[in-house]
Design a protein around this ligand. Structure first.
Ligand code: GLP
Length: 247
C-alpha cells in the first residue's frame, strides 16, 4: 500500500482521473470493458468533475465501462436527493455516456426478506463481469470504507449493516438532523473491496487526518476497516496536505 500527498484535492483528483481514463482507453483499444467500483460522499466530487471534463473536452468515452457502487442507504428511493443513486446520477452518470444498463448500485428499497438474495446477486454480478478492476474509495471518520463500520472483518461481503453513531452524526446535516438519517445501509464488504485489482482511496482535510494515520500506520484491525488495505497488493491513498498531516 502506498500514498501520495498533493497540494490540493483538485491536483489529486486530476491525477487519479487520468489513471482511470488510461485504464478505460487501454481496455477500449483492446475491445474490452473496464469495471469500476465507485464511491459517494463529498470526497470524490472533484474526481467526478474531472472525469466529466475528460468526457466533454477530451472525448473520453464510458461506453465500455460497467460500474458498481459501494453502498446505498436503506429505505431511500432512487429519486430521494440523499440516495446514492441520485447522487451518482447528479454528479456523474447524467453527464457521461455510460450505458444505464451498465450502472449498478445496491438496492436500498428491497423488502427485508429479499435483502440477502439481493446482496448475493450483487456479488454474483460483480464476479460475472470479471471482478472490479479499480475501486474508488473515500473514508469515513470511523475508518469505514463503503459502510463497513468498526467490527467489519476482511471476510465480509455485500450485506445489510447498521450505521455507527459517528457516521449518523456526520450525515445528519444532509438529512435535517440525526433522526432523519437511515439507520441501516447495504454495503459491499471488506472482502468485496479487497478483491478489486486496484484500490484508490481519496481523503481531504484535517477532519480525516487522524483516521488516515490510523488506517495507514496503525495495526491492521477490525476496528478500522480501511486498515485492511495495508494487505492489498495495489492500494494507494491520494491525500491533500491537511489529511496527511499526522503521517
Ligand atoms: C459515507 C460513504 C462513504 C464515504 C464517507 C465519507 O459514509 N458511505 O463511502 O467515504 O461517507 O464521506 P465524505 O467523502 O463526504 O467525507
Amino acid at each position: 500500500m502506498t500514498y501520495e500527498v498533493f497540494a490540493t484535492p483538485q491536483d489529486a483528483a486530476k491525477q487519479l482521473a487520468a489513471e482511470v481514463a488510461e485504464l478505460i482507453r487501454s481496455r477500449a483499444a483492446a475491445a474490452q470493458g473496464a469495471v469500476l467500483g465507485l464511491a459517494t460522499g463529498a470526497t470524490p466530487l472533484p474526481f467526478y468533475a474531472e472525469l466529466i471534463r475528460l468526457h466533454k473536452e477530451e472525448g473520453l468515452s464510458f461506453a465500455n465501462v460497467t460500474s458498481f457502487n459501494l453502498d446505498e442507504y436503506s429505505g431511500l428511493s432512487n429519486d430521494h436527493p440523499e440516495s446514492y443513486w441520485y447522487f451518482m446520477h447528479q454528479n456523474l452518470f447524467n453527464h457521461i455516456d455510460i450505458a444505464p444498463e451498465n450502472v449498478n448500485l445496491p438496492c436500498g428499497t428491497c423488502a427485508p426478506e429479499e435483502v440477502d438474495a439481493q446482496c448475493q446477486a450483487y456479488e454474483d454480478k460483480i464476479a460475472a463481469c470479471g471482478g472490479l478492476d479499480l475501486q474508488i474509495l473515500g473514508i469515513g471518520r470511523t475508518g469505514h470504507i463503503g459502510f463497513n463500520e468498526p467490527g467489519s472483518d476482511d471476510t465480509t461481503l455485500t450485506r445489510l449493516v447498521h450505521l455507527d453513531e459517528l457516521t449518523i452524526k456526520d450525515a445528519a446535516p444532509s438529512f435535517g438532523g440525526a433522526a432523519g438519517v437511515p439507520k441501516t445501509a447495504i454495503t459491499m464488504g471488506v472482502a468485496t473491496i479487497m478483491a478489486a485489482k486496484q484500490v484508490r482511496l481519496m481523503a481531504w482535510s484535517s477532519s480525516k487526518a487522524s483516521i488516515v494515520k490510523k488506517a495507514i500506520e496503525g495495526p491492521v484491525t477490525i476496528d478500522v476497516a480501511a486498515s485492511y488495505l495495508q494487505n492489498h497488493s495495489d492500494a494507494k491513498y491520494y491525500l491533500d496536505a491537511p489529511a496527511a498531516a499526522e503521517l
